[in-house]
Ligand binder design. Sequence first.
Ligand SMILES: CC(C)(COP(=O)(O)OP(=O)(O)OC[C@H]1O[C@@H](n2cnc3c(N)ncnc32)[C@H](O)[C@@H]1OP(=O)(O)O)[C@@H](O)C(=O)NCCC(=O)NCCS
Length: 198
Amino acid sequence: MRVSATQTRTTDRLILEPIGLEHADDVWTIHQDPVIAEWYGGAWLKQDASAFCERCAWAWVHDGACKWIAYERHSGELVGRGGLSRLPPDSDQMRSIAALVADPAWAKDRLELGWALLSAFRGRGLATEIGQEGLRFAVEVLGADRVISFTERHNRASRGVMERLEMRLRGEIRTVGLIEGDHSTIHTDAPFAVYATE
Ligand SMILES: CC(C)(COP(=O)(O)OP(=O)(O)OC[C@H]1O[C@@H](n2cnc3c(N)ncnc32)[C@H](O)[C@@H]1OP(=O)(O)O)[C@@H](O)C(=O)NCCC(=O)NCCS
């Protein structure tokens, strides 16, 4: 298997490229954005960005899906990143989400959707546009029935994207992340809201 042309997508306003090692500098730039850094464990080092790109490159080949990097279609400007990935099969996080979703087909596919936009590109529906393409890719390319998305309970901007995508709140899990009012510590039992497509 290899990365295929169908894995690069074009939407109304964006070009979405499967993240690979060639995107390490742009991924690093995305993770210097203060709001993104706040939700993803601090500003990434170059080596964090490279390791993430390496994992994505592997997953695009072996899982048939992973995150895209997003560029504005007309200007070519870096916008952010997002899209699907498959949750690791044997993790507490996966078990907790599977119990909430209660769908063996989802437990087989393990597809999760996410997004992060540079500040200049927020407030225009671009994360929702990435999410819509992720859902289309899940159904049309991967043949999946259901996709989930999850975020810290108090990440209202991310929950807003899930709601605009008409995903439904399924409940909460506790996993590694942030607690409202204390973003200086990563907690092992932070409350996360879990949404799923119908
Ligand atoms: C989460 C995040 C991607 C959401 O970005 P966003 O810009 O709020 O979401 P969208 O791009 O879908 O834009 C929606 C906003 O644009 C508005 N909008 C304008 N044109 C729109 C359109 N064509 N379609 C949809 N919304 C549109 C919506 O009304 C909404 O505005 P509001 O927040 O005032 O209600 C962003 O806050 C972010 O990068 N956060 C840091 C990283 C992060 O937390 N990621 C999630 C980790 S789980």
